[in-house]
Design a protein around this ligand. Structure first.
Ligand code: BTN
Length: 259
């Protein structure tokens, strides 16, 4: 269907009841030359993809969507697509609920110390480190699935309670997607300034927490000091300050299972 979004203009939204992965579908559309901001959404995914080759739990109850982008900036800035998307998701969730959203570096949205959303940006690059396109995928757990989240995902949670039936419809999910596109487009169109990084840093879930990460094969323990202007995670380890730009971190004292 065609949708009209203030900050985007006319774009196409393909909305499936069930698909394997909206990122995979969007990537195929992108390879076939679809317009920027073409969006693929689903009520359920059978092969939802997460970071680092993990799968993303995608049963009914969530909203799963992927947006095709054709960035004109260098591939080095790919991280900032996720950063802008994380800020946009927080704003939209807070528009429709009374919950406060935090961002767990790099790509997870947390409410009350539980994960309610994951973001996966995948880029395809051509010559000169330029993007052919990027696919921005967002999965928000609006409601817990029937029978609740599986026991292997103790950190997963939903934005709304089952009793909030007014926001359960497919129409509401479409509204969330449209509002997200509108909010994200605003940041994306002024990408050079990257002023959204400030809000990303303000929303950091990790500040003050002790984390572990692996560097050159060695496990390091550090205290998180904050997020810098390049969206790097600034940590203190053995009395020294260090900035992490990518990779996996674990929070000490929280269950170490993926969500
Ligand atoms: C993560 O938590 O590691 C990232 C999860 C990203 C999930 C979204 S859901 C929509 C899109 N399609 C996918 O297969 N993955 C992303």
């Amino acid at each position: 269907m065609n949708i009209n979004i203030k900050n985007v203009g006319k774009t196409k939204l393909y909305y499936f009841n069930k698909t394997d992965s909206t990122n995979t579908k969007a990537r195929n559309f992108a390879r076939n030359g679809c317009a920027e901001f073409t969006t693929v959404a689903a009520l359920e995914q059978t092969d939802g993809k997460g970071r680092l080759g993990r799968s993303f739990y995608s049963k009914k109850g969530g909203v799963y969507f992927s947006v095709v982008l054709r960035p004109d900036f260098s591939c080095e800035d790919v991280l900032f697509i996720t950063v802008a998307a994380a800020v946009s998701v927080c704003r939209i969730i807070e528009k429709y609920s009374d919950k406060k959203c935090q961002i767990k570096w790099v790509n997870d949205i947390y409410i009350n110390s539980k994960k309610v959303c994951g973001i996966l940006t995948e880029g395809e690059f051509g010559e000169n480190q330029k993007f052919n396109f990027a696919v921005l995928g967002v999965g928000i757990n609006l409601f817990a699935p029937k029978g609740d989240f599986p026991a292997e995902l103790p950190l997963a949670d939903s934005v709304f309670e089952k009793s909030d039936s007014s926001v359960f419809s497919k129409r509401f999910k479409k509204r969330i997607i449209k509002d997200f596109l509108n909010e994200f487009a605003l940041l994306y169109k002024n990408f050079d300034k990257k002023d959204f990084v400030l809000e990303y840093a303000d929303r950091s879930f990790l500040n003050g927490k002790t984390i572990t990460y692996v560097k050159c094969g060695v496990e390091c323990t550090a205290k998180v000091l904050g997020i810098d202007s390049n969206a790097g995670l600034v940590v203190e380890t053995n009395g020294k300050t260090e900035t992490l730009h990518h990779g996996e971190i674990q929070i000490v004292g929280m269950e170490q299972l993926p969500v």
